[in-house]
Design a protein around this ligand. Structure first.
Ligand code: ARG
Length: 281
């Protein structure tokens, strides 16, 4: 079954910059070219339009330099208790916690039930939205990465809340700090297949993934570093930055058309296409 979406939430990169080191890709001494970042963001929005996805945007806020990474501030899902709900994140880094209310407010104003878990960051309960929480296409099942950004207790609080929504959650422990979010080392392509960078997972996590997917296509370290697993499968396309020939062949083999965008400015912040959006349906 193909992954289909009709709308997506983004945030313009008006104040995007690299100030500190939240992940190993970030080097504050490498300046961001803001004009180029805006062009790349607009090209991403065009790519969504090509794929038939309508985009919405949260207004960017001065000083919230990572807000462009719109995947992280909330988990948006469908459940049996709430048809359209959003779980606000508890970000590990205080600077990013300030982004969350802006997304929660936007989502509430657009018809989403906000399911606040009141996560206690002082007790180490971290949860980072779609950076770590990836929906299994066509199934009420979420794969939940933890270890570097989301924490075991954050994921178990999420999992408990999802019981009421009839959504199953499978925790996956991450093992390589370079691949700090699940969306940096794992990309669902359809309900049966995904791209994966195996060394980013513990053996228990790999075993769980192998039972849940028919085809796990392994990418090499270069492709993983180039954010191949941060691509987005949607409506027959695979939106991705600089894929190798091997990645192109794999996604074509799964019936997807590669749609290549440049995210080089955002990669300075440790993110590519998947990090920059939250699907709304
Ligand atoms: N600089 C951001 C951070 O470290 C990048 C977030 C990327 N988002 C993602 N879903 N992987 O928080």
């Amino acid at each position: 079954m193909q992954i289909r979406h009709s709308s997506v939430l983004l945030c313009p990169p008006a104040y995007f910059t690299v100030r500190d080191v939240k992940n190993p890709f970030m080097h504050p001494e490498r300046a961001v070219d803001s004009a180029r970042a805006l062009e790349q963001w607009e090209a991403l929005r065009e790519a969504f339009a090509t794929a038939g996805v309508v985009s919405y945007a949260v207004d960017p806020v001065e000083d919230l330099e990572d807000m462009v990474f719109a995947a992280n501030q909330a988990f948006v899902g469908n459940g049996s208790l709430h048809a359209r709900f959003a779980v606000p994140s508890a970000m590990r880094y205080p600077s990013r916690r300030r982004e969350v209310p802006y997304f929660a407010r936007w989502l509430a104003a657009h018809g989403f039930e906000v399911v606040d878990l009141d996560l206690d960051v002082d007790a180490g309960e971290y949860l980072e939205g779609h950076g770590d929480l990836l929906q299994h296409p066509g199934d009420a099942h979420v794969w939940a990465g933890f270890g570097f950004r989301s924490s075991p207790s954050g994921v178990s609080r999420f999992s408990a809340a999802m019981e009421a929504e009839n959504v199953r959650v499978t925790p996956l422990e991450l093992a390589d700090e370079t691949f700090y979010h699940l969306d940096t080392c794992f990309a669902p392509l359809n309900s049966e297949a995904a791209l994966i960078y195996p060394p980013a997972f513990t053996s228990a996590a790999l075993a769980a993934l192998r039972t849940g997917w028919r085809r796990l296509h392994e990418v090499d370290r270069n492709d993983a570093f180039s954010f191949a697993c941060n691509g987005i499968a949607v409506n027959g396309y695979f939106i991705v930055a600089h894929p190798s020939a091997a990645v192109v062949e794999t996604v074509r083999g799964e019936g997807l058309v590669p749609l290549v965008v440049d995210t080089s400015e955002f990669e300075k912040g440790g993110g590519s296409v998947f990090c920059m959006k939250t699907f709304l349906d």
